[in-house]
Design a protein around this ligand. Structure first.
Ligand SMILES: [Zn+2]
Length: 91
């Protein structure tokens, strides 16, 4: 992702943000396909399988909706991620 650019005799390191964005979206698509094709689905316990949560900002309990960080909005995780989640609870 970090590429070197030769400019006026000096080498500058630049970050290819377009590439980073592409890689992130590809990861999300791969993750969603993988996790939804599993025969045994593990429910994400961080969001309870809802895939996200609403941050209550206003008095009536409404607010912006965020995708769950662990399951990326799918509501399911893979066993490896469940293990990581359990470990993060114990800390
Ligand atoms: Zn989740």
């Amino acid at each position: 992702m970090i590429s070197s650019v030769e400019k006026e005799g000096a080498t500058m390191k630049t970050v290819d943000y377009g590439r980073l964005d592409y890689e992130y979206r590809q990861h999300h698509v791969r993750f969603r396909h993988y996790v939804e094709s599993r025969p045994r689905k593990l429910t994400c316990q961080e969001c309870g399988g809802a895939g996200g949560y609403t941050e209550p900002i206003l008095d009536d309990g409404s607010g912006p909706y965020f995708d769950c960080d662990w399951c990326e909005g799918t509501g399911f995780v893979m066993p490896f991620l469940r293990g990581l989640w359990l470990r993060s609870r114990k800390l």
